[in-house]
Structure formats: structure tokens, C-alpha cells
Design a protein around this ligand. Structure first.
Ligand code: TYD
Length: 137
């Protein structure tokens, strides 16, 4: 099995400080998959850690439409990467098999573009089970 890596996406900011800006995300251009689902989170208290799961197939692009979001991602080999995203023209691509821990500023609105419809079957919510994929591949 081959594993992909997370990376940041710089969306174009169309406009100027007088008018304001527009950023655009199109499938197979800025977004490396067809978008099947969009969801967003908001009003997460500062001190709460969310996430603590990975996905088997789901690919996502996260956009901090407002506020800031911290991600700690861990792949199945144990390599960790940290991302602090705090601007609405930045996206974070998260591939399958990345355990995520997420913290939000209270004013954060996290927009998530997803490659699959919601299904609990795709979740790995048990860290030990997640790490088993490093062995079985
Ligand atoms: P979850 O992805 O587990 O978020 P977190 O790890 O940050 O807590 O989702 C939280 C709950 O929301 C969970 O019960 C599943 C539900 N949910 C849906 O019903 N549909 C969705 O598209 C998403 C993302 C979550």
C-alpha cells in the first residue's frame, strides 16, 4: 500500500484590500479529488482537542475560513507533522491514514471538503488499531 503526505495549498486571493477578496477551490485543480461532502465546525472552545481518529480512504482539504486551527498529524510509520493554519486563503490536504489531533481558536470556522460521503466504516477511532496498519500495510 502506498501512502500520501499532507501538504498546504495556497489558494489564489482575487481582489484587494479596498474591495475584499475571493478564493476559489475547484475539483482536480486546487483540490486533488472530487468533492462529495462539505461540512464545517464552529464555536469549538479554545481548550478542547478534537479529532483523535484517522480515515482509511477519506481525503480532505481543510480551510480555516475564520480564526486559526492547529493540526498534529501522524502517519502510520509514526512521523508527525504540525500545521498551524490561520488564513482563509490556505488549505491543508490530509490524506488517508493520518491520525489527527485538532485545536481551534474559539472563533475558528473550519471548512472541510471531503472526497467521500460520511460513513462511520471509514473511521479508525482506536489508536492501536490505526498503528496495526503499519504492520499489515
Ligand atoms: P467526528 O468526525 O468524529 O469529529 P471529531 O473527531 O472532531 O469529534 O464527528 C463528530 C460527530 O459528528 C460524529 O458523531 C459523527 C458526526 N458526523 C456526521 O454525522 N457527519 C459528518 O459528515 C461528520 C464529519 C461527522
Amino acid at each position: 500500500m502506498s501512502y500520501k503526505n499532507p501538504y498546504l495549498i495556497n489558494f489564489q486571493s482575487i481582489g484587494n484590500s479596498t474591495l475584499g477578496y475571493i478564493s476559489v477551490a475547484e475539483c482536480f485543480r486546487e483540490i486533488p479529488f472530487e468533492i462529495k461532502r462539505v461540512y464545517w465546525t464552529y464555536f469549538t472552545p479554545n481548550n478542547v482537542e478534537r479529532g483523535n481518529h484517522a480515515h482509511k480512504q477519506l481525503e480532505q482539504v481543510i480551510i480555516p475560513v475564520s480564526g486559526n486551527i492547529q493540526f498534529e498529524l501522524e502517519d502510520i510509520s509514526g512521523t508527525k507533522s504540525n500545521f498551524f493554519i490561520d488564513h482563509p486563503n490556505i488549505g491543508l490536504y490530509i490524506p488517508p491514514f493520518h491520525w489527527r489531533k485538532i485545536k481551534f481558536s474559539h472563533n475558528a470556522v473550519m471548512l472541510c471538503l471531503s472526497s467521500l460521503f460520511y460513513t462511520e466504516e471509514d473511521y479508525l477511532r482506536d489508536y492501536t488499531e490505526f498503528k496495526k496498519y503499519a504492520i499489515v500495510g
